[in-house]
Design a protein around this ligand. Sequence first.
Ligand code: TXA
Ligand code: MG
Length: 328
Amino acid sequence: MTIEPAPALRVVPAAEAETIRQAGAALRQGLLVGVPTETVYGLAGDATSAQAVARIYAAKGRPNFNPLIVHVGSLAEADRHGSFSPALLKLAERFWPGPLTLVMPVKLESPVAELARAGLPTIALRLPSHPVMRAIITEAGLPLAAPSANRSGHVTATQAAHVAEDLGEALALIVDAGPSALGLESTILGEFDGVVTLLRAGALVREDIEDAVRQKLVVADHRADRPLSPGMLASHYAPSARLRLEAEEPEAGEAYLAFGRLPPNLPASTFCLNLSPQGDMVEAAANLFSHLRSLDARGPQAIAVAPIPHHGLGEAINDRLARAARGR
Ligand code: TXA
Ligand code: MG
């Protein structure tokens, strides 16, 4: 038996001429790239590709599909994806590019994968100021989903070497632009019933925001009545058909969401979609929301769902399915 050398992880200096081109090419292929931003390093992937987004969740080892921030290169680009209220527009004009993320209703025409939003009707948008990150966005020609480049539960990465330690094997390359200037994630704001609300304290300080909007910020925790976080939006994941989980095979009148091998006696008349014929969890995660939607569109009495293993991304997939089954 020969021992394969560990694949050389490519940590590439941002200043090298080829780097930006390589990063853009990798992202267009659906691969993941460690990217510098002014706040923290990001784990970037093509936000319009459900596959790339699923790879991000897998690499993070997230117990849940937490919605991801979508990074864009201009305000005009952000406007393609989200509906700005007057207050959020004012904040964007004042603080973008910079360490501010704005949560707003997603536009129907946005090509961002539903999985990046974890199925929410809102999208989190950010226009970063880091020149290398901006060059990568331009070169890729894509909106980039990018959570902080650490494994779930680990300390946030603010240096390329930390990214390599945590996520090295999942990345096509890491663009090294030195330590992050801010080292703290972006501040996240949303607007709910006309009230600008702080969803995450971050690198942009509250006083500056309050000056700009001339109102006191409401902190999300103080509005527990509002479904701001994905976990509270159980019903949002729910199709109109009833879901029957852990179903080895469909009953009469049911559509079937399969995983892996199909049941042997599946009637030809059953409307069936397979999350992943090969049993691949990344593929299954990428297909989850769109397959549920397609099956539901057929108007079945119920959707029977095959048992999905609980390991890896299966935990989040099963969490979403359980919510969808409960949420009606
Ligand atoms: O500074 C940053 O924001 C870094 C750099 C890489 O840009 N990114 C970052 O991403 O911190 P992440 O995935 O670690 O944190 C994203 C946060 C999560 O807490 C998530 O719940 C929230 O954004 N979020 C995303 N979309 C949301 C939405 N539609 N509604 C409410 N919260 C949302
Ligand atoms: Mg994070």
